[in-house]
Design a protein around this ligand. Structure first.
Ligand code: TXE
Length: 496
């Protein structure tokens, strides 16, 4: 199978005539070819999106018609759920049940933003009290325009849909550039969007590498907004490119999220959520709670339990029943994580389990669940995002110390706290400098709740109402009562 680009309502060959392989990380073999889009394709796609936006074929459509189409996309995703989830597992390596959660969420996301768009339409303009009866001032919300969405490989369809669904619901037009490592589920999305009859040019898909297909989108003068999820260095480039044209950006970047565990909690629950917080999706999660801080009283017992439970995790191809940890997404990412593990050997941390390829697994980019304890606070493994199944654990003595350790670092995407004392949890939640705080859990994510980071973890919010407003401009419309006279120039002195 070789995929095509989707531009202006038509599936087309890339201008380069080239493709690149989609590799199954469980077998290390190519199983499909992906169209290698470049600057020519990006330019065509942006022009199509610009034209489609400017002639109002989508933004001026009655909202009820627009939202009906969004609900058809949701239904189309659900109708193909098994196939898309299987494809996602093959392309990315994630366990199939986790891929199913992603695809279900993607479908729900279209329904959710259809509902929000309907509700916004019913509300209409918002009146503003400007303190002068002669003026009627209102806020109207309008689509931002042409959106370039550049997305990562860890939740390939879902991260794209977090952007595409609210953008389309708001009336924007979109050019989507998924990660070159996992593009196939986004090609399936394009097929569904095509099948339900979204007008040509409203949604466009350009697959390809970051430099060849992504960068031209971030630099394009006809793009109004760039919505990006990925690494900090690339996010910086996206922002720099957008600065040249004063384009709006939203950035969802990395993290090194802390999980503070107090000794009064139930140890089974702590073990469950610590493992889920770092090992689901192979730790390839921007919000993974990869730094765990445990109150010293509980520390030795918890380490023992974590080691024994982590060693029971079933590792294997994502499509195999019972597997809870699939292969790392790609050779490069595998080598990157292995590099962290190699360097960690000399950092003074104690490795409790894991640390490399699981015994007996020769093929596939597998890395065993890895736990380090007593990690020096300046160690690379404690400070930097690994983006793999690797967790660092340290003890603490006081609440203040835990918060200070948790807040130390450049990131602020997420954090978690666990204690039976809910007042304490709330206090800690307030003091953690991060956009998402989980109490007595880690990772559950809801389309209805805002998502995004403080500090170097990003700018802006996705999901929830904030994720819808991120694709709308605010317009002030202020009317002067035509029965009144202003009189500054034409009236008597001080008539105003
Ligand atoms: O990310 P990139 P990569 C982190 C994680 C991982 C590291 C590298 O630590 O190890 O990033 O992964 C596109 N202009 N995260 O290399 O480069 C690229 O094609 C425009 C965290 O995959 O940030 C892809 O579509 N676009 C993260 C997207 O940017 C460019 C999820 C993300 O790729 C571009 C993924 C350019 N110059 C990785 N260069 C999270 N926050 O969830 C690349 N791209």
């Amino acid at each position: 199978m070789t995929t095509q680009l989707y531009i202006d309502g038509i599936f087309v060959e890339p201008a380069s005539g080239r493709s690149f392989p989609a590799v199954d990380p469980a077998t290390e073999s190519a199983f499909a070819s992906v169209a290698a889009g470049n600057a020519t394709d990006a330019d065509r796609a942006v022009n199509a999106a610009r034209h489609a936006f400017d002639d109002g074929r989508w933004s001026q459509l009655p909202v009820a018609e627009r939202t009906a189409v969004l609900r058809q996309i949701a239904a189309g995703i659900r109708a193909n759920l098994d196939e898309i989830a299987a494809l996602e597992t093959r392309d990315n390596g994630k366990p199939l049940p986790e891929a199913i959660w992603d695809i279900e969420d993607a479908a729900f996301c279209f329904d959710y933003y259809a509902d929000l768009a309907d509700a916004a339409e019913a509300r209409g303009d918002t009146a503003v009290d400007v303190g002068d009866d002669r003026f009627d001032s209102r806020i109207r919300r309008e689509p931002v325009g042409v959106v370039a969405a550049i997305t990562p490989w860890n939740f390939p369809l879902l991260m794209a849909v977090w952007k595409v669904a609210p953008a389309l619901a708001a009336g924007c037009t979109v050019v989507l550039k998924p990660s070159e490592l996992c593009s196939l589920s986004c090609v399936e999305l394009a097929k569904i969007i095509d099948a339900v009859g979204v007008p040509a040019g409203v949604f466009n898909l350009v697959t390809g590498s970051g430099p060849e297909a992504g960068a031209p989108l971030t630099e394009h003068a006809l793009v109004d907004k760039v919505a990006f999820t990925g690494s900090v260095p690339t996010g910086r480039k996206v922002m720099q490119a957008a600065a040249a044209g004063i384009r709006t950006v939203s950035l969802e970047l990395g993290g090194k999220s802390p999980f503070i565990v107090f000794a009064d909690c139930d140890i089974d629950k702590a073990v469950e959520w610590i493992l889920f917080g770092i090992f689901w999706n192979k730790g390839e999660v921007c919000s993974a709670t990869s730094r765990v801080l445990v109150e010293r009283r509980l520390y030795p017992r918890l380490l023992e339990r974590l080691k024994s439970e982590a060693e029971k995790i079933v590792i294997g191809p994502g499509d195999q029943a019972g597997v809870k940890l699939g292969p790392i997404v790609s050779k490069n990412q595998y080598e990157k994580v292995m590099g962290f593990l190699d360097r960690a050997q000399h950092c003074g941390a104690q490795r409790l389990t894991g640390g490399g390829r699981p015994d007996g697994m020769e093929t596939g980019y597998y890395i065993a669940p890895t736990i380090y304890a007593d990690v020096p606070l300046d160690a690379e493994i404690w400070c930097e995002e690994v983006f793999g199944p690797v967790v660092c654990i340290n003890p603490f003595d006081t609440e203040d110390e835990a918060i200070s350790l948790a807040n130390n670092g450049p990131f602020g995407l997420a954090g978690a706290v666990m204690s039976d004392d809910l007042e304490r949890c709330d206090r800690v939640a307030s003091r953690l400098r991060a956009g998402i705080i989980w109490v007595n859990c880690s990772q559950p994510t809801f389309i209805q709740a805002p998502w995004g980071g403080y500090k170097s973890s990003g700018i802006g919010r996705e999901l929830g109402e904030a994720g819808f407003e991120a694709y709308r401009e605010l317009k002030q419309i202020t009317r002067f009562d035509h029965h009144e006279t202003w009189g500054w120039y034409l009236g008597t002195e001080n008539a105003q």
